[in-house]
Design a protein around this ligand. Structure first.
Ligand code: GLU
Length: 284
């Protein structure tokens, strides 16, 4: 059975880019007689709001998209992410980092002064701190006394896996997890991270096809690494084009002119939305 998912974060209202993603998932699921699941990615408690979640259901229903119940809400499944983290810890692949954002920015500036310090594909500097090299005793002492994030020891992880690839549009794509450095697996304020929870959920929900925006293409390298380390199945990926605004920027949840609610209020129909996002509608 082919299983697709649309996985928005309720930290703003959906826009035309989300409509493209959701409609593509629905079309592909229908085309392959598959299932479509909806997942609410709400681990970031500071930014996610119930009204945005309610709006997601409303906007998707208005677009004519049907999804299965129950909807998986990530905030209700923290134990699943903790269990995956424990597996990685048991493999010796996880270490804590204690630096604040300011301390890390200072360390990166010092490193940059000598030689450009590497950035991940999102532009975030690789971890510059000392978390990996402090003694076991100091680590234990500080973990009892200070907040910390948990990171993947990428070098140690790469030793455990061979060359990684993923399948996209019938092509085999080489994965490059090293580009991400020691990614965060659990944040100081949240006991998981986007990368960890997405990989765990895709496996637990039996997802076979991941259809999402091109902005997440580089993240697939980390997802393949985590899937392999955790013994989870490989999936088929499709990263679709991104819709851009008139300045050529990626659409933002805060831009009202491309928000589905605003367009609906202006009298735009779901069929016109399909047309606007470039899907075949019969209107062409
Ligand atoms: N929750 C992510 C977002 O809103 C999408 C995650 C995914 O499709 O893997 O951008």
């Amino acid at each position: 059975m082919n299983v697709f998912r649309f996985a928005p974060s309720p930290n703003g209202y959906l826009h035309l880019g989300h409509a493209l993603s959701a409609l593509l998932n629905a079309d592909m699921a229908r085309g392959l007689s598959g299932r479509l699941l909806l997942r609410i990615e709400d681990i970031d408690a500071a930014r996610c709001r119930p009204e945005f979640e309610a709006a997601i259901y409303e906007d998707l229903a208005w677009l004519g998209i049907a999804w299965e119940q129950p909807v998986r809400r990530q905030s209700a499944h923290l134990a699943d992410y903790r269990a995956a983290l424990a597996k990685l810890e048991a493999l010796g692949l996880v270490y804590p980092s204690f630096e604040s954002r300011t301390e890390m920015a200072q360390l990166v500036a010092q490193r940059d002064a000598n030689y450009p310090w590497p950035r991940d594909p999102d532009g975030v500097p690789h971890y510059p701190g000392a978390g990996k090299s402090i003694s076991a005793a100091e680590r234990t002492r500080r973990m009892a006394a200070e907040p910390y994030a948990l990171r993947l020891d990428l070098d140690a992880a790469l030793v455990r896996v061979g060359a990684l690839t993923w399948s996209e549009d019938g092509t085999t794509i080489p994965a490059d997890p090293a580009a991400w450095g020691d990614v965060v697996l659990a944040r100081k304020e949240t006991p998981t991270s986007y990368h960890l929870s997405v990989v765990v959920d895709d496996a637990l929900q039996g997802i076979t096809h991941v259809v999402r925006g091109r902005d997440l293409y580089p993240a697939t390298s980390v997802h393949r690494l985590l899937q392999t380390l955790l013994g989870l199945p490989a999936l088929v990926y499709r990263h679709h084009r991104l819709l851009l605004d008139t300045q050529g920027n990626k659409l933002a949840k805060s831009t009202r002119s491309t928000g589905l609610r605003e367009l609906r209020a202006q009298g735009v129909t779901p069929a016109e939305i399909r047309h606007q996002v470039g899907l075949d509608t019969g209107l062409d």
